[in-house]
Design a protein around this ligand. Structure first.
Ligand SMILES: NC(=O)C[C@H](N)C(=O)O
Length: 327
């Protein structure tokens, strides 16, 4: 009898707490992210060899708070090469959780493949009591090996749940259930190695080639009571290409900042209204007609990435709004 070939899952390591080392096992907060190499990470989960032929490589060893656009592009390019490699069936990206959602969303906009690409990470360092990284890694490899995970774009597997890259966001500073999909909910679960999707695959929007150079400068502003226009004026003077305004409620803009943002638009700066609430959609309203762009359900940090890529295409506010309407 011939033995069935195990799927080949390739791991791309970016660092983060999943590869974090602390001085002792009780330490869950003070540690060095990205200190543990890919081999040690894989050796900690010997069960991986039962479900897949796992290989790995280090792309970066950083705390993801220091993630850069250049690294995001490097990660996208390397992932694309792996997707084109016929010997690889699926990819797992281990990543720091602080900006995991940005990288996952960027890859979802720039890569297209039927093969599963799964992001995972950890909230406790690898050396901690009850470290969550090893099980997250095992669950991610289970998902990357699952035929049901094909044609679903970029997914995030954390704490036994599967999330779509566009909705998932980090919602808690320290808990292991920090990743939530606040608008549409988790799309699946991994339980005892069983991968279960709750819904049929949603349409995947892969809209852009991987950018070849630096992206236009887009900054995020955070709305609050008693606002001044100091920061908007600074951004106008800096000649940024875009502003994401994380407004109060449904992207509301105070009477102080509104004229400043209108001036920014007159200078050719694209302005997107998002929300500081963390969930729900910001939709176009008559209070804020075009050229104000509404972010839909995208959180400010993802709105920023989408706007950057749209500005590369030299789209006008109306065309940009059409794309945000997908979310
Ligand atoms: N839990 C984590 O991974 C946090 C860490 N600061 C990182 O993003 O790399």
């Amino acid at each position: 009898m011939t033995k069935e070939r195990l799927p080949h899952i390739h791991i791309l390591a970016m660092g983060g707490t999943i590869a974090g080392r602390a001085a002792n096992a009780a330490e869950t907060v003070g540690y060095r992210a990205g200190a543990i190499g890919i081999n040690e990470l894989l050796e900690a989960v010997p069960q991986l060899t039962d479900i897949a032929e796992v290989t790995g490589e280090t792309v970066a060893s950083i705390d993801s708070k220091d993630m850069t656009e250049a690294l995001m592009i490097k990660l996208a390019r390397r992932t694309e090469e792996c997707l084109l490699d016929d010997s690889i069936d699926g990819i797992v990206i281990t990543h720091g959780t602080d900006t995991l959602e940005e990288s996952a969303f960027f890859l979802s906009l720039t890569l297209s493949s039927a093969k599963p690409v799964i992001f995972t990470g950890a909230m406790r360092p690898a050396t901690a009591l009850s470290a969550d990284g090893p099980l997250n890694l095992l669950d991610a490899v289970h998902t990357a090996s699952s035929p049901d995970a094909k044609n679903r774009g970029i997914l995030v597997v954390m704490n036994g749940t599967i999330h779509d890259a566009s909705d998932v966001t980090k919602r808690h500073t320290s808990r292991v259930d920090t990743f939530q999909s606040p608008n549409r909910g988790a799309i699946g679960a991994v339980t005892g190695g069983h991968v279960h999707f709750f819904y049929t695959a949603a349409p995947v929007h892969n809209l852009f080639p991987i950018p070849s150079g630096p992206l236009p400068e887009v900054e995020i502003l955070y709305g609050h009571e008693n606002e001044s226009r100091i920061l908007v004026d600074a951004l106008i003077n800096s000649k940024v290409s875009g502003i994401i305004y994380a407004g109060t409620g449904m992207g509301s803009i105070s009477e102080t900042v509104l004229p400043a943002l209108r001036e920014a638009q007159e200078q050719g700066i694209a302005v997107v209204r998002a929300s500081r609430t963390g969930s729900g959609a910001v939709i176009p309203t008559s209070d804020y007609p075009l050229p104000f762009i509404s972010a839909g359900t995208l959180v400010p940090q993802k709105s920023r990435i989408l706007l950057q890529l749209l500005l590369v295409k030299k789209m006008n506010p109306s065309e940009i709004q059409h794309v945000f309407n997908l979310y």
